[in-house]
Structures are given as C-alpha cells and as structure tokens.
Design a protein around this ligand. Structure first.
Ligand code: SAM
Length: 273
C-alpha cells in the first residue's frame, strides 16, 4: 500500500492492525479457503487478511465500520469482481442480505475485542448459514470459549457457544504481531456450528435463563441460585445434584435443567423474565 494511504489506528474502533507476515500466513493456512467458497470478513481494516482471502479465489464479502477505511479497501480490492464491500456495523448487519446458501458462509475476523462476544452471539443467531468461523480474540476469551466444566473459565460464554458449536483453540498470538500492539495476548479460535445439536434444549431461551441465573453467583450452590426458577426437588428430578456449584455442571446437565423449567411452564405462558 502506498504511503499516501496511511491510516491512523483508531482506538474506539478497536483497531490493532496485523503486520506480522508469519502470523497472517498461519491464519490463512488455518482457514484454508478455496475457490467457489463464500467468505465473510468482519473488520478488514487495511486488508491484512483480505488480500490472502481473495487470492484463494473465493467470493468475499467484507463488513467495515470505519468510513475512512472504505476508500482504502476500495482502491486495493474494488476492481476484483469477487469482492463486495459492505460499510456498516457488523453487530447490526442482516446476514440474510448476503444470500448465502445454508451452511456455506465461512466467517473470518481479527475482531475488535470490545464487540467480540455480542458479535459471536449475533452470528450464532444465523448459525444455519454458517459453515465455520475463525476469529482472532483476546486469549482469555478464547480460553473461556474452549473451556470444559470444572474450572474458572467455564461459564455462560463457554456453555452458550458450545451449545451451537465445536470450539478449537488453534494458536496464540503475541502483541508484537499488531500495530499498535494491544495490551493483551490474543489467540485464534475456530468455531464450527454443529450440523445436529448434541444437546438440543426444548427452549433455547430457557437454557440461556438457567445458565445466566446459575452463573450470576458462581460461588453459590445451584439449589440456592435457581430457587426462583426450580424447586430443589425438580433440580434432583433433572438428575442434578443441587449442592453443586454451576461450574461443576456440563452442558447436558444445564439442558436437563432448562427442559425441567420448560415442563413447569404451561403452554402459552411466557418465559419468566
Ligand atoms: N483485519 C484487520 C487486520 O487484521 O489488520 C483489522 C483488525 S482491527 C483489530 C478490527 C477492525 O474492525 C477495524 O478495521 C475496525 O475499524 C473494524 N470494526 C470495529 N468495529 C466494527 C463493527 N462494529 N463492525 C464492523 N467492523 C468493525
């Protein structure tokens, strides 16, 4: 890119641009995009990953919020017919607009850390369109996404994402790979939406509610934190020991609790918020 296109990184847009060619190559290799695939890059920035993604021969949609980056991206990639530039907020983006085939979209992003969790939930609302997702995130967030029960990282984020996806923590990336360097370590995660949910809940909203209530006070027993939702006898009837703390329960046990709650709510009755 020529010097005249120099862009000053903006903190409010979470701009830490990748400049380490080795890391960029490693990410592109992990994604391994191919011709005829449909990719979606969130936050292309100055195009550090975009170029390699386009070189794969795939069709590429990008969503970038910062209006000042649009002419830079347009100048670099606008002449390529497989490139489509969408200016706007990925958190509000209607993914149906992309007219993707079911389970076809491959989502990629070195994400601004402040929007990563809401963005993953927004994408999971469209999970049926998505084949896989590769994200650069704060390392701690990747550890929480990939955690298993029994430890401090296991919580609402791990459970709700693992309900929908298989999670793989691929590799870590140090601050020196970015300009400017962030204050935290980063990591690459792969999320693959399940074709068939391994533990489907009768009502997904009730699962969210049970998990939220249980982890609101993660030091307390389930009997205590779920009191307002389920009597101790119903917790036991779901095959769950009410004297446990939430971090000791696996996803299947949370789904059993949510299904018990669903049984308690008469048809037509609203989810008790
Ligand atoms: N992909 C580039 C790279 O690796 O060098 C840039 C990564 S930078 C961490 C995050 C990018 O996301 C920035 O270009 C920023 O402007 C953009 N961004 C921030 N918030 C966004 C949002 N809500 N929707 C879409 N893009 C956003």
């Amino acid at each position: 890119m020529s010097e005249s296109y120099q862009h000053r990184a903006r903190k409010r847009f979470g701009q830490n641009f990748l400049h380490d060619a080795g890391v960029i190559h490693r990410i592109l290799r992990a994604i391994h995009a191919k011709e005829a695939e449909h990719l979606l890059e969130i936050g292309p920035g100055q195009g550090a990953l975009t170029e390699g993604l386009l070189n794969s021969g795939a069709q590429l949609d990008v969503i970038e919020l910062d209006k000042d980056l649009i002419p830079i991206l347009q100048a670099k990639f606008g002449s390529q017919p497989r490139f489509r530039l969408n200016q706007g907020d990925a958190l509000k983006f209607d993914f149906q607009r992309l007219e993707a085939q079911p389970r076809s979209l491959r989502v990629v992003g070195n994400l601004p850390y402040n929007i990563s969790t809401p963005l993953i939930f927004h994408l999971l609302d469209n999970a049926s369109l998505i084949r896989d997702m590769h994200f650069m995130l704060q390392k701690e967030v990747v550890e929480r996404l990939a955690a298993g029960p029994g430890g401090g990282d296991w919580g609402r984020l791990s459970i709700m994402v693992q309900y929908h996806c298989r999670v793989e923590h691929l590799f870590n990336v140090g601050p020196g790979a970015f300009n400017p360097p962030p204050k935290v370590d980063s990591a690459i995660v792969r999320l693959v939406p399940h074709e068939v949910l391994p533990h489907p809940a009768k009502d997904h909203k009730l699962l969210e509610r049970v998990v939220r209530e249980a982890f609101n006070q993660r030091r307390k027993t389930l009997r205590n934190t779920l009191k307002a939702l389920l009597p101790a006898s119903e917790i036991e009837a779901a095959g769950v020991d009410g004297s446990l703390r939430p971090e000791q329960l696996d996803l299947a046990a949370f789904v059993r609790l949510a299904d018990k709650l669903a049984e308690q709510i008469a048809p037509g009755e609203p989810n008790p918020e």
